[in-house]
Design a protein around this ligand. Structure first.
Ligand code: 6GU
Length: 243
């Protein structure tokens, strides 16, 4: 089974460029996922290729018209014989995208990412076509393309066989709710800077203990929110076991 990914965008080149690189590029080349990028402007309903118009009720900014989006979906559905799909709209108004969303979405068969531009899209598109809305953080981007690609990267790297080293995906930061420990590679001394002695000791039990301490300390310093969550979960588990 290969994950089908459609992206609907006014700047298809952005998504296509990113999709060629790294682990995600390799996953697409291996056929673990299949990408199709749709250019919204190809479905413009006038000869000037306008896809946006003024907002009803006035105010600044332009709104993407419903017709080009609905017509893109008509074409997409015709190509996929109306099979089920999960439609995601990228917008700062969406809920924050998290690792467990990436895990859940990596189990789907067909994802459609609709990228916003300008002030936004006509509300009727959201009501009729969109299943879920995501934001990738509390800042405003000029369009949803980069956000779509952030999500695609997080999802595709989780597909079986996307990484040659499945363990490295498993030991990532967020599944355990803690940030990663510091990493070192050769040489043991570089420009006077030493690798911590413990990592050279060969004592795996002590190394794992050190790593966990480092993860806890880093998380406590940098991400109080994750630290508290982790501690709460630890307590809950201890209470359950104590019963
Ligand atoms: Cl999904 N879109 C835009 N335009 N800006 C964002 C975002 C999405 N997530 C954070 N900022």
């Amino acid at each position: 089974m290969s994950l089908k990914i459609d992206v609907i965008s006014t700047f298809p080149g952005i998504v296509e460029t990113f999709a060629e690189m790294g682990i995600v590029g390799r996953a697409f080349k291996l056929g673990l996922a299949k990408l199709k990028v749709w250019n919204l402007r190809d479905f413009a309903d006038d000869r000037f290729k306008h896809i946006d118009d003024d907002p009803y009720g006035g105010g600044p900014g332009m709104v993407i018209k419903p017709d080009p989006i609905f017509r893109t979906f008509d074409a997409l559905e015709a190509m996929n014989s109306n099979e089920p799909r999960h439609v995601i709209f990228l917008t700062p108004q969406g809920k924050p995208f998290q690792q467990d969303d990436a895990e859940r979405l990596s189990q789907q068969n067909h994802l459609v990412f609709l990228c916003g531009r300008y002030k936004g899209i006509d509300e009727r598109v959201r009501e009729a076509l969109v299943d879920e809305e995501f934001s990738i953080g509390d800042y405003v981007l000029s369009g949803g393309e980069l956000a779509a690609f952030v999500m695609i990267d997080a999802i595709v790297r989780l597909l079986p066989d996307a990484t040659s080293d499945g363990d490295s995906v498993i030991s990532d930061t967020f599944p355990f709710g803690l940030l990663d420990a510091p990493l070192y590679t050769r040489p043991a001394e570089y420009r006077g800077m030493q690798v911590p002695e413990i990592l050279l000791s060969g004592n795996h039990a002590e190394i794992e203990k050190w790593r966990l301490e480092q993860r806890l300390e880093r998380t406590r310093q940098r991400r109080k929110d994750l630290y508290k969550q982790y501690m709460r979960r630890l307590e809950d588990r201890e209470n359950e076991q104590g019963q």
